[in-house]
Design a protein around this ligand. Sequence first.
Ligand code: NAP
Length: 336
Amino acid sequence: MPDNRRFLLQRRPDGEPVREDFELVSEPTPDLAQGQFLIRNHYASLDPAMRGWMDAGGNYMPPIPLGDPVRATTIGVVEESRAEGFEAGMWVMGLNALEDYSVGVAGGFTQPIDPSMVPEVTNYLSLFGAVGMTAYFGFLEVCAPKEGETVLVTGAAGAVGSVVGQLARIKGCRAVGIAGGPEKCARLTEKYGFDTAIDYKGKDEAALTKAIAEACPDGVDVIFENVGGIILDAGLMNLNLHARVGLCGLISEYNTEPRGIRNLWQLIVKRAQIRGLLVADYVERFGEGAAQMGEWAAAGKITIDEHVDEGLENAFDSFMRLFAGSNQGKMILKIA
Ligand SMILES: NC(=O)c1ccc[n+]([C@@H]2O[C@H](COP(=O)([O-])OP(=O)(O)OC[C@H]3O[C@@H](n4cnc5c(N)ncnc54)[C@H](OP(=O)(O)O)[C@@H]3O)[C@@H](O)[C@H]2O)c1
């Protein structure tokens, strides 16, 4: 058996992660106990949420123990098995780690997947995985969009945001996206069908509030929030009566002390609601969401970009793209 390269969390990041917080080590590939199977990881999903798992407090998941490999959803192939139902050669997906080989347990979180059901096996990490399902259930159920409404999406050129914008158009809404830089803004309107886009770079809260007002002359009925900070506060200043804010993520605060929401009073003025959402709540309905996504994708109504970097040795740089904004779509690391 070859050695197992593992990308370990060696130190809890203080603010923005630095290279020294991690170490790539080589360890013997583990022996299997009865009921276990060995997964050769091919692709790993790099998600902003992983940053929270690196902190001592954790979030909706316990913190990654120091010295453990960084937790990540992976897809791979069963290399060897002592578990019923997991034969060698079978493709699987599960919450594993950034490493060449992971050990799965029958009855655990790793489940078989069928690559013939999707155009590319990586789509299980994007449109048909947690990202697509966050957009699908988070937007359609939590934000309850109605035809003709104006939907403001922040982090709009990213994996979740780009899908939400397309869902808004499918539902007959006006989709307005906020993203960083002219290229991403062009992608919003030209590729994902947003009605208009706002470049947040170089804008303070007042300028953002004004830009949103200009882009949304009828006000904002739904905010799908991925970013937080001044972008969320500027959005709140433009809410319509009975608007809904779906709080999906606050990426602008993952590496800093939380700034908090300053314009919360707008929820009173507009009798609006804000609700947090977590994709894990919908796991049992993923089949339903994926089937609908599949129909829309086949009809050319929805698309997602995947940004695939290669090599476990590049895990740090690839992960940090999420915070630098240099990922062009769902961030995926090819391991093998
Ligand atoms: N609640 C859930 O169940 C759930 C599930 C999945 C994801 N999420 C959340 O959804 C959000 C998007 O995740 P994703 O996987 O789709 O990642 P992504 O949007 O593909 O990548 C992250 C993007 O965030 C933007 N960003 C980073 N730092 C920023 C800052 N300081 N200010 C403004 N924008 C910033 C960057 O785009 P720009 O170049 O435009 O700045 C970057 O490309 C995250 O907040 C994540 O935590 C939540």
